[in-house]
Design a protein around this ligand. Sequence first.
Ligand code: HEC
Length: 78
Amino acid sequence: MKCALCHGEDGKSDTPAGRQKGAPDLRTEEIQKLKDDELIRPIEKGHAGMAPIQSRLSNESKQLIVTYIRSLALKKAK
Ligand code: HEC
């Protein structure tokens, strides 16, 4: 997945590109408390170091991404 380039396989953003751009750890409570549309907004509009990716994403893909980001937090809780 393209997201993993900066955010890592596990969402921790502990990657060379993620550290360089200051990408946040997506597993944290701060990110997980955001609403679905707030998680999608940076993907649609771009967000500081993060380029907008929407033109290649269907609504179904966006929903899958939200579900995936949520699943990262569950792993941390274990
Ligand atoms: C080029 C590196 C890069 C890529 C690729 C990337 N991101 Fe990000 N992402 C960032 C950075 C940097 C931030 C922090 C931006 C900020 O806080 O202003 C961020 C922030 C976020 C946030 C938090 C937004 C918020 O409101 O705090 C989410 C959620 C996110 N990214 C999801 C994704 C998803 C899903 C993908 C794949 C579709 C993705 N990112 C691809 C660099 C990237």
